[in-house]
Design a protein around this ligand. Structure first.
Ligand SMILES: [Zn+2]
Length: 70
């Protein structure tokens, strides 16, 4: 079952939901305030696989992968 990430538009709280299909997205409520004004975020599965668990954008760990300068 895929894990989807959401963000509540009302309270701004991010949360995750396990959904059997993406059609259930419209039935998701915010677990914090109960609002239906939620936004599905882009899955971070790929980022987790390549990042080793730490999502730190803006760091300098990937600076060695620069392009163009040979
Ligand atoms: Zn909320």
């Amino acid at each position: 079952m895929p894990l989807f990430e959401f963000e509540c538009k009302d309270c701004g709280k991010p949360f995750e939901e396990l959904l059997r299909s993406s059609s259930q997205v419209s039935e998701v409520n915010c677990p914090t305030c109960g609002s239906k004004q939620v936004r599905k975020k882009v899955s971070s599965f790929a980022a987790r696989l390549s990042g080793g668990g730490s999502l730190s954008f803006g760091g300098s760990s990937a600076a060695s992968c620069s392009t163009g300068s040979t």
